[in-house]
Design a protein around this ligand. Structure first.
Ligand SMILES: Nc1ncnc2c1ncn2[C@@H]1O[C@H](COP(=O)(O)OP(=O)(O)O)[C@@H](O)[C@H]1O
Ligand SMILES: [Mg+2]
Length: 416
C-alpha cells in the first residue's frame, strides 16, 4: 500500500519533469506544472517567487488565483511576507492560518493578497541552486490548517525539480536583458556618430560657402582696392613711397586669402577624387614650403577610393592634408611618402616622413590637428594611427600617419 503510494508520487515527479521540458518562460512552466503539483500538494494558489540577480528585488509568477503579487513589477525583498525564507534564515514556512500569522504581517509587508483572497493555509519552501536560495515555491489553500510537515517534504522535492530550470531561465533572461541594454547603447553611440557626421557635413558645406563668399566678395573688394591704391601711388605726390608698404601688405593679405579659399574649396577632390586631391595638395605644399623635400605618392587602391561617399572622401582628404602639413611643418624631413592601398577588406592611406619624429619635438602638442584627424577618422568608422615610421633606421626616424577604412569589398588579393 505504502509502496503503491510512493510509486504514484514518483510518477507525479516524473510527470513534472516531463512537463518542464521545452518551456521557455516562467509563466509557462508554472502553468504547465501546477496541475501535476496539485496532485501532490492540493492548493488553490501556487506561486513561485524568483530573486533577481542583484539579490535586492524579487518577482512573482502564479497559477490558480490571480493576485497583486504577479501584477507588481519587481518588488523589494525586504517587503516580502516570506523575506526570512528568501534570505535563507529559515528552511521552510508552514502556517495553519496565514491571515492572522504575525510572520507575514509586519510593517511594510506586501501581504494584502493573503487577506484579500483568504489564503489561510500556506506552505513555502526555498528554491536552491548550489546552496544558494534563488527563490521560493509557495502553495496556499483557502482552508485553514491543511498542510503538514510531510507536505513540506513533498514541496521540497518539487522545488528541487524546478530550481535548476528557474536558475537557467533567470540567467538567460538576464543575458537577454544585458544584450538589449548593450544593443541600445551601441545604437545610441551610432546615432551620435551619425549626428556628428551630419554636423561635419554641414560644417564642410558651410566652409565651402564661406570660401565662395570670400572669393566672390572679399577677394574682389581687395582686388579693387589694390587697383585704386596703385593708381593713387602714381597720381598723388607723397613723400618717398609712403604707399609702398601698404600695397605690399595688401598683396600679402590677398595671397593669404587665396590660400584660405583654396583650402576651403576642395575642388580637385570634388572633380577628380581623393587620390588626385591628395597628390595635388602634396605637390603644391612641398613646392610652397621652399624646403628641399623629395616626395612620392603611390596609389594601389585599385580605384576603390573613387567610389566612396562624398562625406567619407572629404574626411579622408582632410586627414591626409593635415598629415602632409604636419610632415612639412614639423618633420624637418627631406622625404615624404604617401601610400594609398587596399588590404584585408579595408582601404588605407599612409603619410610617412623621414624627419625628426614625433618624440623629438619640443614645441609641445600645441594644435588641434592630430585631435581633428582622430575625430574625423572616428566619424567615418576608420582606424587612426600616428607614430614612429616603421623600420626607421635612425632613432627618431620619422613619423607615419595611417588611416584604415573598413570596406565591404573583398581585398584585391582575393579577387585575383
Ligand atoms: N610629422 C611630424 N613630425 C614631427 N612632429 C610632428 C609631426 N606631426 C605632428 N608633430 C608634432 O605634434 C604636434 C601636434 O600636431 P598638431 O596636432 O597637428 O598641431 P599643430 O600642427 O598645430 O602644431 C606638433 O606641434 C608637432 O610637435
Ligand atoms: Mg598640424
Amino acid at each position: 500500500m505504502l509502496n503503491r503510494a510512493r510509486n504514484a508520487l514518483f510518477d507525479r515527479y516524473l510527470g513534472i519533469s516531463r512537463l518542464l521540458a521545452g518551456q521557455l518562460d516562467f509563466n509557462s512552466i508554472i502553468k504547465a506544472v501546477a496541475e501535476e503539483v496539485s496532485h501532490i500538494i492540493p492548493h488553490d494558489h501556487l506561486d513561485v517567487c524568483i530573486k533577481m540577480v542583484d539579490g535586492k528585488y524579487h518577482i512573482a509568477y502564479e497559477s490558480g488565483l490571480e493576485t497583486a503579487w504577479s501584477k507588481h513589477p519587481p518588488a523589494l525583498l525586504t517587503g516580502s511576507p516570506i523575506r526570512t525564507l528568501l534570505a535563507g534564515e529559515v528552511d521552510y514556512l508552514l502556517s495553519a492560518d496565514a491571515c492572522s500569522d504575525p510572520r507575514f504581517h509586519f510593517d511594510g509587508a506586501f501581504s494584502s493578497p493573503i487577506i484579500e483572497l483568504s489564503l489561510h493555509s500556506r506552505l513555502h519552501v526555498p528554491l536552491r541552486v548550489q546552496g544558494n536560495v534563488i527563490g521560493a515555491l509557495s502553495c496556499s489553500s483557502r482552508q485553514s490548517d491543511c498542510y503538514t510537515v510531510e507536505d513540506v517534504e513533498n514541496a521540497r522535492a518539487v522545488a528541487d525539480l524546478l530550481a535548476p530550470y528557474f536558475f537557467a531561465l533567470r540567467a538567460a533572461e538576464q543575458a537577454k536583458r544585458s544584450a538589449v541594454i548593450e544593443t541600445e547603447a551601441s545604437a545610441r553611440e551610432e546615432g551620435l556618430r551619425l549626428g556628428a557626421l551630419k554636423l561635419t557635413e554641414a560644417l564642410e558645406a558651410e566652409r565651402q560657402r564661406i570660401g565662395m563668399d570670400l572669393h566672390d566678395q572679399t577677394l574682389a573688394d581687395l582686388t579693387r582696392l589694390t587697383r585704386r591704391m596703385e593708381k593713387l601711388r602714381h597720381d598723388v605726390t607723397l613723400p618717398g613711397d609712403a604707399l609702398e608698404p601698404l600695397c605690399r601688405s595688401l598683396q600679402q593679405c590677398m595671397h593669404d586669402l587665396r590660400q584660405i579659399i583654396e583650402e576651403a574649396k576642395p575642388t580637385v577632390l570634388q572633380l577628380f577624387g581623393v587620390a588626385e586631391a591628395i597628390e595635388t595638395h602634396l605637390e603644391r605644399s612641398v613646392c610652397e614650403s621652399g624646403q628641399a623635400i623629395d616626395w612620392q605618392m603611390t596609389d594601389e587602391s585599385g580605384g576603390a577610393l573613387r567610389d566612396l561617399d562624398p562625406t567619407v572622401s572629404v574626411a579622408l582628404f582632410r586627414i591626409a592634408q593635415e598629415a602632409i602639413n604636419n610632415a612639412i611643418r614639423h618633420g624637418q624631413s627631406d622625404r615624404i611618402m604617401v601610400r594609398l592601398g587596399q588590404a584585408d577588406h579595408a582601404l588605407y592611406i599612409e603619410v610617412e616622413d623621414n624627419g625628426r619624429g614625433m618624440g623629438a619635438s619640443n614645441d609641445g602638442w600645441s594644435g588641434h590637428g592630430i585631435d581633428n584627424m582622430k575625430t574625423r577618422a572616428r566619424l567615418i568608422s576608420a582606424r587612426f594611427e600616428i607614430g614612429q615610421r616603421p623600420f626607421a633606421a635612425v632613432s627618431g626616424g620619422g613619423t607615419r600617419v595611417r588611416v584604415v577604412l573598413p570596406i565591404n569589398l573583398p581585398a584585391l588579393t582575393e579577387t585575383v
